[in-house]
Write a protein that binds this ligand. Structure first.
Ligand code: F6P
Length: 382
């Protein structure tokens, strides 16, 4: 047992997603009820530790009245800007505030930290933990499902459900009006949501940042559908898929200089309309994918990850991330996952499935045909 280490901090960091409250509940139930520890919820990711006094609250199982398990968002708040090692100031400068975070952690008299985040957040938390000699366990979450080393990150399943539901709603209206419907979905630099939702939702074309496409290839697919007597088509585009120039469509940059994608759906819609003369409509799903009722899969994974994270601390382990692999919860060194986003494997099972279904997912590359790493549904978190 982890003697003397009884007061742990818990934070959520990066973009929110469905299932975070289930993870918070699991950590609190296991640590407080199970082990008699204290859990301190830190507000707005590391931002709560920059405030003086630090912004935090003691969490007890009483806080979870039965509704939170079912609610998206995070009761602790979060942020996906304000990297403490390069913290943006209003005058445009970036300053290192990491020591203040470590000091905030000390002021709260915490013995260890559990951080729920994507690979960017976990990478920052690891640097902070090393600097402050803080025992840290990471829990992977991101709708994008691009954390390496785990088949599942919290939030992806709900986003996938929302995107698939959108296709279910678009198909009848597309068929009623003889239209091509373009659906733009999220996925910063990785096309897992687009690929899995496209397959699940019966898309005819799926465009990803990982696979090059040609407008002529999309047009040929739509023409082939017409030749078969089909009067509609469904196209799913990942927000980070590039234009034909190879550049992504960037709407803006946030305070930390991070590119905010959005608009590729309209570009693709316009190009399809020009090339095929089809009537096209575009839907940009956006942040809808981050909310809603968490699916059972996200609640389940969040619960498993939360309990296992506490158990790792209880066993005296740190600098590790909990993960789901081979139908089991495992853990791996955080060093193995940081700065290595897991992108769609062009030779993986889901691309092969999509092609096998006749979906246009971009041009076939030489390496793809020779086969690659067997992903066995890893990309979808299936
Ligand atoms: O990483 C999760 C994510 O939802 C991405 O899919 C998307 O590009 C980004 O966050 C949006 O960030 P923001 O909430 O700052 O608009």
């Amino acid at each position: 047992m982890y003697k003397g280490k009884k007061r742990i901090g818990l934070l959520t960091s990066g973009g929110d997603c469905a299932g975070l409250n289930a993870a918070i509940r699991a950590v609190v139930n296991r640590a407080v009820d199970g082990l008699g520890w204290q859990v301190v919820g830190l507000h707005k990711g590391t931002a709560g530790l920059l405030a003086r006094p630090p912004e935090a609250e003691s969490l007890s199982p009483n806080r979870f009245d039965g509704t939170l398990l079912r609610m998206a968002g995070t009761i602790l708040g979060t942020t996906n800007k304000g990297n403490p090692f390069a913290f943006p100031y209003p005058d445009g400068t970036l300053r290192d505030r990491s020591e203040e975070i470590v000091e905030g952690f000390r002021q709260l008299e915490l013995d260890a930290l559990i951080g729920v985040g994507g690979d960017g957040s976990l990478s920052i938390l690891r640097r902070l933990a090393q600097q402050g000699d803080i025992p840290l366990i990471g829990i992977p979450k991101t709708i994008d499902n691009d954390v390496v080393g785990t088949e599942v990150a919290i939030g992806h399943a709900t986003a996938l459900w929302v995107a698939t539901d959108a296709l279910d709603r678009l198909q009848p209206t597309a068929a009623s009006h003889d239209r091509v419907m373009v659906l733009e979905v999220m996925g910063r630099d990785a096309g897992h949501i687009a690929l899995s939702a496209g397959i699940s939702g019966g898309a005819d074309v799926i465009l990803l940042p990982e696979l090059p496409y040609r407008i002529e290839g999309i047009a040929a697919k739509i023409d082939a559908l017409r030749a078969q007597g089909r009067n509609f088509a469904l196209v799913v585009v990942a927000e980070a898929a590039p234009m034909e120039t190879g550049e992504p469509v960037v709407q803006a940059h946030n305070d930390a200089g991070m590119a905010l994608y959005g608009g590729i759906g309209h570009y693709i819609g316009r190009r399809i309309s020009e090339t095929t003369k089809a009537e096209v409509r575009v839907t940009v799903l956006g942040h809808v994918q981050r909310g809603g009722t968490p699916t059972p899969r996200d609640r389940l994974m969040a619960s498993i990850f939360g309990v296992h994270a506490v158990d790792l601390l209880a066993a005296g382990k740190s600098d590790r991330m909990v993960a789901w692999s081979g139908r089991n919860v495992v853990d791996l060194p955080l060093a193995d996952i940081v700065d290595r986003p897991h992108r769609v494997d062009p030779a993986g099972a889901l691309i092969r499935t999509a092609r096998g279904l006749g979906i246009y997912v971009g041009e076939v590359s030489g390496g793809e045909e020779s086969g690659g790493e067997e992903s066995g549904g890893e990309e979808s978190g299936a």
